[in-house]
Design a protein around this ligand. Structure first.
Ligand code: FES
Ligand SMILES: [Fe+2]
Length: 442
């Protein structure tokens, strides 16, 4: 249980709030690079700020204020130039740093362009990595954008999957350190959604949580598992400050504002050894629906959607003055405590270096994170073994990560893995991860 005041500390993300300031010290994925294959300008809201992301005619990305500093026109209706974005009202043009580089009528009257030189629009740096566009909205100098090892894994088919979730980011991130929910939100609920009454999967017996540089590792042991099970020896990573790393995929919960979160999944499917060498030319990105238009209810068929349902069900900003934490919530308590310590340290000393930032380029190559399937991702497996692998095998059957995968993404994936996926798989999540259930007809 937390006081209202402490709950606000964790959940408020605007620029003038302690957590808003803290989260701005990190790079955040805000869009897919492939979104700019057929458009140049995209309005978005991140950390409570209305912004415009664009790709100019030179192929450079920029992120600027939604409002033009001249007379507040909407920059999402601006048009890109060789360098930067031009407002469609009076043609003022801004480069990536936000500097005004053309002010047509003013410069005609004053060729010295004194006013132009003094005009800037708010702008943030953007980088492309792993098919994602990342923004840094904090003070300079910016840390390095982490080069996680999985981003560089060869012979994989990656996809970036987005959804806008109408609730606060912190309850989404608490789910990254909540092993027991797998049993009930994914395994057993899926069983019931399929119309079965059971049997339920073996229950959790032991949990362990350990802090490390880039977050926490959680470990779990379930009924029938031995202590050499990878989920007990290696576990999974609660990635600081707003991510989750599961060996073959990442999840990030990027605050749109206090009441909305951009869910970002980045999933790498290792192709079978028989398909090597495989080089992916373009990482696709797509947005999945979260509501079933037929019923108006949340979609429950896919893993991430099941998570979305429980997050939004907690309320737009869950009321942490009304909760009853138990032993299963030990990791959540540790994570909250760590955030409070960080926020206090920042308040005491604005120069405090936030947890896990990488500034040394030497250390930013293939940054290691504990993974229960690292060898398999790096070396791959023959098709038969891959199909039988408890974590990776189900991906040969269906994309069960999130509802709404476009046909063209599925087709590109089938080409990469050299086989058809059967689709509409019913699945079940077991101790070591996701395992296919006995196939049923829909
Ligand atoms: S409002 Fe943008 S140029 Fe005038
Ligand atoms: Fe989950």
């Amino acid at each position: 249980m937390l006081s209202e005041e402490k709950n606000r500390l964790l959940t408020e993300v605007g620029p003038d709030k302690p957590m808003g300031d803290y989260l701005r010290r990190y790079w955040h994925p805000i869009a897919g690079a492939s979104e700019f294959d057929d458009k140049a300008v995209k309005p978005l809201r991140i950390l409570g700020e209305d912004l415009v992301l664009y790709k100019d005619l030179s192929g450079n990305y920029g992120l600027v204020d939604r409002r033009c500093p001249h007379r507040n026109a909407d920059m999402s209706y601006g048009y890109v130039e060789q360098c930067g974005l031009r407002c469609s009202y009076h043609g003022w043009q801004y480069d990536q740093s936000g500097q005004c580089v053309h002010q047509p009528f003013e410069e005609t009257l004053d060729p010295g362009a004194r006013m132009r030189r003094n005009t800037k629009i708010k702008a943030y740096p953007v980088q492309e990595k792993a098919g994602l566009l990342w923004a840094y909205m904090g003070p300079q100098p910016a840390p390095l954008l982490p080069d996680w090892e999985l981003f560089n894994c060869a012979n994989g088919f990656a996809q970036a999957v987005f959804a806008e979730i109408p609730c606060n980011w912190f309850q989404c991130q608490e789910n990254s350190i909540d092993p027991v929910h797998f049993e009930w939100t994914h395994n057993n609920w899926t069983t019931r959604l399929q119309g079965d009454e059971g049997p339920y999967v073996p229950t959790h017996l032991k949990l362990a949580f350990e802090e490390f540089e880039h977050g926490f590792v959680y470990k779990r042991l379930r009924g029938g598992e031995r202590e050499d099970n990878v989920m007990w020896t290696t576990g999974r990573v609660t990635l600081w400050p707003n991510g989750f790393f599961l060996g073959h995929h990442f999840e990030w919960r990027v605050p749109i504002d206090d009441h909305n979160t951009l869910s970002v999944l980045w999933v790498l499917s290792r192709v079978p050894n028989e398909q090597e060498p495989y080089v992916q030319e373009r990482i696709p990105s797509w947005y999945g629906p979260i509501k079933d238009p037929a019923t108006g209810r949340w979609i429950t068929s896919h893993v991430a959607n099941q998570d979305f349902v429980v997050w939004v069900g907690q309320g737009a900003i869950t009321d942490r003055t009304r909760e009853k934490l138990g032993q299963s919530d030990k990791g959540i308590v540790m994570m909250r405590r760590r955030f409070f310590e960080e926020l206090e340290a920042m308040q005491a000393d604005p120069a405090h270096e936030p947890k896990g930032l990488i500034r040394d380029p030497e250390k930013n190559r293939d940054v290691f994170l504990p993974s229960a399937c690292r060898d398999e991702m790096i070396n791959g497996l023959p098709r038969r073994e891959l199909a039988a692998h408890p974590l990776l095998g189900p991906y040969l059957k269906d994309f069960f990560g999130q509802a709404g995968q476009p046909d063209e993404v599925r087709a590109a994936y089938e080409k990469a893995i050299g086989q058809k996926v059967e689709g509409a798989t019913f699945f079940k999540v077991h101790g070591a991860g996701v395992e296919e259930d006995a196939r049923k007809e829909a």
